[in-house]
Design a protein around this ligand. Structure first.
Ligand SMILES: *[C@@H]1O[C@H](CO)[C@@H](O)[C@H](O)[C@H]1NC(C)=O
Ligand SMILES: *[C@@H]1O[C@H](CO)[C@@H](O)[C@H](O)[C@H]1NC(C)=O
Ligand SMILES: *[C@@H]1O[C@H](CO)[C@@H](O)[C@H](O)[C@H]1NC(C)=O
Length: 491
């Protein structure tokens, strides 16, 4: 039985220590605690600085050339920042927090809809379309004014390098920046990149093989290669393809094929463009090919910490001691990183869900995608319902609250300092079990103590492991060997 503890304040320190211990990622075949503590007070304090998230590789089609001035060949590291660090204006009233949360969920619904549109048969629709954007009510600010990306890195573009914020996206395959002359650009925090100021900028002609690799490419009047990407939520970028030098810390990568976007709309909040880290050949990881061994690792910063997350490229970034789960490929959606999931656990007990629900079929239906751009983990409706019911059954002692946005299971934890909640675990194919920190599945949605079970039904056969569940856990992609690793570090 779950028990909530309304602890007197002097115990807070002890509880804090306890909850820190339980934050450790337990990845083991057996023996984990059935319950853990959620530190309600701490989570609420953190909503006042609500921050939240990252990427994988492909076959060797090396385009670009890496040179390093640093002392760590084969490994380069970048800071990852959550979008709210660029956009937030610090005043955290109830309405402010609530509105920001709701717009984050609205973006999330659009993100998932856009992912499903890229899959055969819309991701094998179950016919449950109840998660439409209109479900959010009318007081939600337009997602259009918000960014589509959640996490940013700062890199140098051109020679000499101009610093720019880039959204990182594990689910897309192109690198682009807003470019002058701008026929239509959204506002960004740094001056818009001007190719005329860069000696390394070289246009790609439409006859080149690189141009052919781009989806929807075409020929401009001047025979330069034209590209066009739309993200399904109203944001898009259009322009010409070019080779350019990108600088990541002390690592210089020459001849990266990037989109120079002259007509852009988004949703990218202050960022100059997007760093596609998907599994296709035109993503940054794909272009680096064998030079980084298709390897990169990231840590999405935990909400409320002032620390930055990190994004590291190269084989040197592959941690010793991680639990490795095979990466799966869907030839019909090469950008996406799929993992094998066999089940879900609540309170240490496996929820009765058929393993088939999570299977990626030969035709490319179903499966489980790891995505940095989706916030909330989605499961097919029947799996979600069973999972949620198991959680509800073990939390009957916690006061419920009404549903919020896409969350149907919420609690009124106002007045609690901490509560005991059942553990929540992902059972991966091959045996590893990832037991999530409590803060990765019971999240505050306002600053007055409403917490929700942070999962939702996908309304399709596709499952997506989102960034709220990935937060604070080191996640590593070893594309060459086809594995994704969890842990061993928390961050
Ligand atoms: C990469 O560098 C090597 C050696 O410097 C050179 O031979 C090759 O042409 C370069 N490749 C590209 C795509 O620039
Ligand atoms: C924060 O808000 C103030 C007042 O609304 C505005 O003047 C300022 O530009 C904002 N800062 C940022 C970084 O958005
Ligand atoms: C939540 O619980 C508190 C304390 O028990 C109570 O005062 C408050 O009215 C509740 N809020 C809602 C929305 O039910």
């Amino acid at each position: 039985m779950a028990m909530s503890l309304a602890s007197p304040a002097p115990l807070l320190t002890i509880l804090l220590l306890l909850s820190l211990c339980s934050i450790g990622i337990a990845m083991a075949a057996a023996s984990y605690p059935d319950f853990q503590l959620l530190n309600v007070k701490q989570s609420l304090l953190e909503t006042k600085m609500f921050h939240p998230h990252p990427p994988k590789p492909s076959e060797s089609h090396q385009l670009s050339n890496v040179t390093q001035t640093g002392d760590h060949p084969q490994k380069w590291k970048l800071k990852l920042l959550h979008r709210d660090r660029l956009s937030s204006n610090a005043t955290s009233t109830f309405h402010h927090h609530r509105r920001r949360f709701l717009s984050r969920m609205e973006r999330d619904v659009k993100r998932v809809a856009a992912i499903l549109r890229r899959l055969p048969d819309g991701g094998n629709h179950e016919g449950d379309a109840s998660y439409e954007v209109k479900d959010f009510g009318s007081d939600v600010v337009s997602g259009m004014a918000q960014g589509s990306g959640e996490y940013f890195v700062r890199i140098g573009v051109g020679s000499p390098p101009r610093s720019q914020y880039m959204v990182i996206d594990s689910g897309s395959d192109i690198v682009w920046v807003q470019c002058q002359p701008c026929n239509q650009c959204y506002r960004q925090s740094d001056p818009v990149f001007n190719p005329a100021d860069s000696v390394s900028f070289a246009g790609v002609s439409c006859g080149s093989s690189v141009c052919e690799r781009i989806e929807n490419s075409g020929c401009n009047a001047g025979r330069s290669c034209r590209y066009e990407v739309s993200y399904g939520d109203g944001s898009y970028t259009k322009g010409t393809l070019a080779f350019e030098t990108l600088t990541f810390g002390r690592t210089v990568v020459k001849n990266v094929a990037i989109g120079c976007g002259h007509i852009n709309r988004g949703m990218f909040i202050g960022a100059a463009g997007l760093l596609g880290l998907g599994g296709g050949s035109m993503s940054l990881v794909g272009q680096l090919g064998g030079q980084t061994g298709g390897a990169f690792s990231y840590c999405l910063v935990s909400r409320g910490t002032d620390a930055s997350g990190s994004l590291v490229f190269g084989r040197g970034a592959m941690p010793v001691g991680a639990s490795w789960v095979p990466l799966l490929r869907n030839p019909r959606a090469p950008s996406f990183y799929y993992v094998g999931l066999s089940g879900l656990g609540v309170g240490g007990i496996q929820v009765p869900i058929s393993e088939d629900i999570f299977r990626l079929t030969e035709l490319g239906y179903g499966g489980v995608v790891m995505d940095t751009g989706t916030a909330v983990t989605r499961f097919p409706t029947s799996a979600y319902n069973a999972f949620r019911d198991a959680f509800v059954m073990q939390t009957t002692n916690l006061p419920r609250a009404s549903r919020v946005s896409i969350f149907d299971t919420c609690y009124n934890l106002s007045g609690f300092i901490s509560v005991r909640v059942p553990t929540v675990s992902f059972y991966f194919s091959g045996g590893p079990i990832l037991t999530l920190p409590a803060r990765n599945f019971l999240i505050p949605v306002d600053d007055i103590g409403t917490f929700c079970f942070a999962f939702a039904a996908s309304g399709s056969g596709l499952s997506i492991i989102g960034n709220i569940q990935q937060e604070g856990i080191q996640i590593s992609f070893d594309g060459a060997n086809g594995f994704v690793g969890f842990g061993p570090n928390v961050c």
